[in-house]
Design a protein around this ligand. Sequence first.
Ligand code: MRU
Length: 366
Amino acid sequence: MKVAGTHYRTIWVNEDGWSVDLIDQRWLPHELRVENVTSVEGIAAAIRDMWVRGAPLIGVTAAYGVALRMREDPSDAALDAVWEELHETRPTAINLRWALNEMRGLLRGLPENARASAAYKRAAEIADEDVELNRGIGRHGLAIIREIARTKKAGEPVNILTHCNAGWLATVDYGTATSPIYLASEEGVPVHVYVDETRPRNQGAHLTAWEMAGHGVPHTLIVDNAGGHLMQHGMVDMVIVGTDRTTSIGDVCNKIGTYLKALAAKDNGVPFYVALPSPTIDWTVRDGVKEIPIEERSGDEVSLVWGRDEDGRTRQVRISPEATPAGNPAFDVTPARLITGLITERGVAEASEKGLAKLFPEHAKS
Ligand code: MRU
């Protein structure tokens, strides 16, 4: 998407032809910093320390990590080792395993001297495919927004609530949950987005709000606990969120707090949609609550808050007693029964085994 007139993706190969440039998202919304990464260790740190984040982008970044390793050492042993090293960076987003499997599956079948160039080519394809998948999600989600817009008085916006950042920063471009929003906004369908701040890391306040402001989409930042109240008062027409892993029966794992939004939406009859590209579906898992590993991150993310002061200094401040321990599960699972529909690149699926199998028959269990 465009930032101050320049089109950016979140990740690309540097003009040297081999190292990887990526937006270091830790500095947003205050600064757009691009980092150059030259090693697998750098790629692993960028994923683990959340310079890049969001399920699709984590997968693409890992694919480039494999390419970097193949350039140094294209052996089978190096391929297996880089798979392990990158796979353990973050446990919940399934796109990481998907991308690593794509890369290893392809490269295993090639002679060693062909692996480095094939790895760069496949990583670039995965990045391009992500952009296309998100465009597809956008088109199908736009139809839903248009439908809701028809029920509103002339000029009244469709009020959409979103949680975390499933925007272009979480993907290579366009985003998943934001793709229909951007298309609606471009088409002139009036939309207004309630942006959950998304504690503890504030991806909503830092990233989604920055995206919405940058692209001229009317939006309001709200605290995570406001959603239920707004829904009770008819102020939310629909919820759209992203996902880090969706199971074969339609359970959705996403940023912590998503489940509570879905409960509030159900109680208030507000449609709750999840936008996802097919690499986010884990066909090996059924019961999301029991089977998806939930990342537990440092309690410091809860006790300490990052911000920038009036003098332009980025600072961290403590908001709880030093002696108070903090727990920090990063994701939760929303059961399929609370979900109105799964917006995929192939269309909108019912959140159920049957619904997903209908759209993705190649994965259906016979
Ligand atoms: O911890 P993060 O910032 O990687 O979590 C991101 C999310 O939960 C997103 O909603 C999800 O990855 C979907 S991104 C298209």
